[in-house]
Design a protein around this ligand. Structure first.
Ligand code: PRX
Length: 628
């Protein structure tokens, strides 16, 4: 009865998108409740579907339910289709891919789970992973889930300091890494970075080291050779019974102020949301090969590289290389060789590739492609058109997906909808099932749903299963960041526009978070390292009085500092020395104005009425013109 109802709601939404919100407001519990029963394997059923209160920052789904995430991602598929390919590891060197069936991945996960247990890792302990996208990284995540540990994947491009910060915040006693990474033909000494990081992390008792390359690395008493020890373990590991709201993982992301926040995702709600969005947003069907290009160090890699596809019994690609290695045809050669059906990438890569011309795409057979996804930042029209026309040959819908580390999964995307429903270039368009966006400003509250339209701060008015539950060790910050700016709503930090038809377009961050090549960076974090920075990354430097330094020497030093302390991709592209910065009367730097200067939009500086001294702006503009 319940299930019938859900399929009716589902179908109703698929074909009559506009009325869904009204249905869902009334039926949300029935809807998600039935999906949870239908799509997940439970050890014992849940008692309540949701128990959420935004003002307290309380988000709970499927309370009372017991399950194991690794069983949902592995064992149940091993029972039905053990030899189906779960992972395709697309290694750096083209043509050297390695496939893992569900049976093999379960065995790997169990061995690792047993090893972690032998090394003393217990339910609730946090394990930090500093690894490139590879099967052992996926198995490590799932092994944590199997034994009830919490994983904390740190992007393997982060510096030793950034890694150490995250290890310290989680108090991890175990770190898993590889001897070296391989990317774009280059060898990267990841173990060395871990060695540097753990020097300042007293909590770390052991570092498990997998061998990605054949080169030996210095091992200490603390280090455990992963493959060697793992092979001593049994291929069966009893899954631990977890509560729906036990923590599954932490993932750090930049905030507008202070240090990065460790967002907490829990078991059942996150998994269900990742799986359902994966299936419906991308129209994923059995037999498809899902190609998510994101690294597992980001939420995209977690939800659409690992949990969503595996929960659905799908085949997922782990991409280790870069879009231009060994040449700019790499993505499309991979699509042809692996038979990728859904390609999920970032606008920054698309923009880079379109500059190399169409031949690099046309050389390869892309007839296996069905859907092209985009994520991480707005996709500009030129990139959208090229992706659609050249890559997809005009055949495949381009799905611009808006979401965040905090949302756990996609919240706004052109699909699901009627297969023929229009898609407007550069627009994320339609809220997913049960997502109720609202565009707010301080005075006016408007909830566009077909009739209403306009722009404002993008908020969401109802809880959904995939949303983060808290910030690790700082629930107050969770409440202040997401629920206090607009009481009764979850505030995303982004600005958006809604058309008369009810289609959403994401405008960009409203706070001091900047987006560099699809990576989220907090200006506060950068400012800890340099003094001030703004988009792309363009750094304005105010020298202390009396300091004299050659600008190119300074630029070199700043770049090195940022690469060392945060990551290479955060390194400033431009550096401009200025006498002072435009500030408000209360002393806040007007970054919005600096951004306009850099974008050469000085005739559109916006409201300057709170500016303390307008001459500061003119000085910056003159300096910028001199330099560029
Ligand atoms: O500003 C939005 C931008 O990326 C932010 C989230 O970053 P992160 O937590 O690292 O997750 C990235 C992958 C989900 C958002 O607040 N963003 C993400 N997707 C889009 C986007 N901006 C515009 N359009 C998108 N499709």
């Amino acid at each position: 009865m319940l299930l019938n109802h859900v399929s009716t709601v589902f179908t109703a939404y698929l074909w009559q998108q506009t009325s869904f919100h009204d249905v869902v407001a009334l039926e949300i519990e029935t809807f998600w409740g039935a999906l949870a029963s239908q799509r997940l394997s439970w050890i014992s059923p849940f008692n309540t579907v949701q128990n959420c209160n935004f003002s307290q920052g309380k988000i709970k789904w499927f309370e009372g339910g017991k399950l194991n995430v690794s069983v949902n991602c592995l064992d149940r598929h091993v029972h039905t289709c053990p030899e189906r390919v779960a992972l395709i590891w697309e290694r750096d060197e083209p043509g050297t891919e390695v496939k893992f069936t569900y049976r093999e991945l379960l065995e790997l996960t169990c061995r690792l789970g047993n090893l972690l247990k032998r090394l003393g890792v217990r339910r609730g302990d946090c394990v930090t992973l500093y690894m490139p996208s590879c099967p052992l990284a996926v198995a490590s995540m799932l092994a944590c889930a199997r034994i009830g540990a919490v994983h904390n994947v740190v992007f393997a491009g982060f510096s030793a300091e950034a890694l150490a910060d995250r290890i310290r915040d989680t108090q991890s006693s175990t770190v898993i890494t590889v001897n070296q990474g391989v990317r774009g033909g280059k060898v990267i000494d990841l173990k060395r970075t871990v060695d540097q990081a753990v020097q300042n992390c007293p909590s770390v008792q052991q570092v498990l080291v997998a061998m990605r390359t054949e080169n030996s690395v210095a091992m200490t008493d603390r280090d455990v050779p992963l493959e060697e020890e793992m092979m001593k373990e049994d291929v069966v590991c009893e899954p631990v019974t977890m509560d729906s709201e036990d923590v599954l993982f932490l993932l750090y992301t930049s905030g507008s102020t202070g240090k990065p926040k460790g967002l907490v995702h829990t078991q059942a709600g996150y998994l269900l949301y990742a799986a359902v969005t994966h299936r419906y947003v991308f129209s994923y069907q059995d037999g498809d090969v899902f190609g998510c290009m994101a690294d597992i160090g980001w939420i995209t890699g977690h939800s659409y590289g690992v949990y969503g596809p595996l929960c659905n019994g799908g085949t997922t690609v782990l991409f280790e290389s870069t879009p231009v290695y060994p040449d700019p045809g790499r993505y499309w050669e991979t699509v042809q060789r692996l038979g990728i059906s859904q390609f999920y990438g970032a606008p920054t890569a698309i923009r880079l590739l379109l500059k190399y011309g169409d031949e690099w795409v046309q050389k390869y057979d892309r007839s296996c492609l069905k859907t092209l996804g985009s994520v991480g930042e707005p996709i500009n029209r030129e990139a959208w058109e090229w992706y659609h026309r050249v890559v997809g040959g005009g055949r495949c819908p381009v799905i611009d997906t808006w979401w965040q580390t905090e949302t756990g999964g996609i919240c706004i995307a052109p699909r699901p909808s009627d297969p023929d429903a229009e898609i407007i270039p550069g627009m994320a368009m339609r809220p997913f099932y049960g997502i109720k966006p609202a565009l707010l400003d301080a005075k006016v509250v408007a909830e566009p749903s077909g009739a209403g339209w306009g722009s404002g701060a993008l908020c969401i008015s109802m809880a959904w299963p995939g949303m983060a539950r808290t910030i690790h060790n700082d629930h107050q910050r969770f409440i202040e960041t997401y629920f206090q700016p607009y009481p009764g709503y979850f505030f995303t930090g982004d600005g958006a526009y809604c058309s008369k038809e009810g289609y959403y377009q994401i405008v960009g961050r409203l706070d001091d978070v900047i987006n560099v090549s699809g990576h989220r960076l907090g200006t506060a974090e950068l400012e800890d390292v340099v003094v001030c920075t703004i988009k792309c990354v363009y750094v304005f430097v105010v020298l202390k009085k009396g300091v004299e330094v050659q600008e190119d020497v300074l630029a070199q030093q700043l770049r090195e500092m940022v690469s060392r302390n945060i990551a290479k991709y955060a390194s400033p592209d431009y550096i401009q020395v200025v006498g002072r910065l435009p500030k408000t009367r209360s002393g806040k730097i007007m970054r919005r104005v600096l951004r306009k200067v850099v974008e050469r939009k000085t005739d559109d500086l916006g409201d300057l009425s709170t500016l303390d001294d307008s001459e500061a702006v003119h000085e910056v503009i003159r300096g910028h013109q001199r330099l560029h």
